[in-house]
Design a binder for this molecule. Structure first.
Ligand code: ATP
Length: 275
């Protein structure tokens, strides 16, 4: 497995990220409880975290640790039990359902594992659909840049069924970026792709951060995918238990293995275990 990082280097046009960058989203003492009484589950247990503008963050952790719940709460897709979530200067709890719908539509981009393209529309129509629905003007120069970066040039007239999985996910990536969202939330974007297509999608996400200053938050189970990020947050039992800067696949894998290790067991004894 490669230990290399993925060219996070500062491009000339890149806005400041790192310690000085403003936060695109902040959660403070975030709690999310499902059910009650004996069936109560604390999916998020007092989570406080900030996502800096222009940074690519991966969220990892064992199954059931709260990754999807955190992403859904940050994106206004799920109501929180207590605490606070702010996107830019907007407190999500202050918005009603209509306000949340507008916020998601106008300020956020989404990429899902299952592409979620409309089968009757062409690739280009899928890319511009959210803007068309919102009645927003498509910036032709920006659209051109996104489509070139994602490498879809000669397939814009194709319908999803005429595209490979990797091409469909690249359409979904272009759709997420077309409206210049403040944050793109990606939920296992490479989960349905072979490694070659997955690499193409991850390179595009990386490039959109490095070259355009996009902010991305991505849930993944894949250490290689996480190594494209600037930072990896590790969740366990609804809490953030680690925060790794400039990850490599090997360091991420080693950290994930520690979740499976019983006290006293050595790293070598478990190194052959499948995750
Ligand atoms: N709608 C729901 N109702 C009840 N419990 C839920 C609901 N959604 C999630 N949970 C519980 O909350 C906890 C966190 O779930 P979540 O889906 O966020 O974990 P995850 O880390 O994304 O898991 P995976 O890697 O398997 O997708 C789990 O115990 C899960 O069973």
């Amino acid at each position: 497995m490669s230990t290399s990082r993925h060219s996070r280097g500062a491009a000339g046009s890149r806005p400041p990220s790192g310690e000085d960058a403003p936060y695109a989203a902040v959660a403070a003492n975030l709690m999310k409880v499902y059910g009650e009484g004996e069936t109560e589950v604390r999916a998020l247990d007092d989570v406080s975290v900030g996502f800096r503008a222009g940074e690519f963050t991966a969220i990892m952790g064992p199954s059931g640790s709260g990754k999807s719940t955190l992403m859904h709460c940050m994106a206004g897709l799920d109501k929180i039990s207590s605490g606070s979530v702010r996107l830019g200067d907007v407190e999500l709890a202050s918005l009603d359902d209509n306000g949340l719908t507008h916020l998601r539509r106008d300020r956020l981009g989404f990429i899902f594992q299952a592409f979620n393209l409309l089968p009757t529309l062409t690739a280009l129509e899928n890319v511009t659909l959210p803007l068309d629905i919102a009645g927003r003007r498509v910036d032709p120069t920006w659209l051109d840049t996104v489509i070139k970066t994602v490498g879809l040039g000669n397939r814009l007239d194709h319908r999803p069924a005429q595209l490979s999985g990797g091409q469909q996910q690249r359409v979904a990536c272009a759709r997420a970026l077309a409206g210049r969202p403040e944050i793109v939330f990606a939920d296992e974007p490479t989960g349905n792709l072979d490694s070659h297509s997955g690499t193409e999608v991850l390179r595009f996400l990386r490039a959109s951060v490095t070259e355009f200053g996009q902010t991305i938050v991505m849930v993944t189970h894949d250490a290689v995918a996480a190594s494209y990020a600037d930072r990896v947050l590790f969740l366990a039992d609804g809490r953030i238990v680690d925060d790794m800067a400039e990850p490599t696949a090997d360091r991420v894998l080693e950290r994930m293995r520690r979740f499976n290790r019983k006290p006293g067991e050595s790293a070598t004894a478990l190194s052959a275990l499948p995750l």
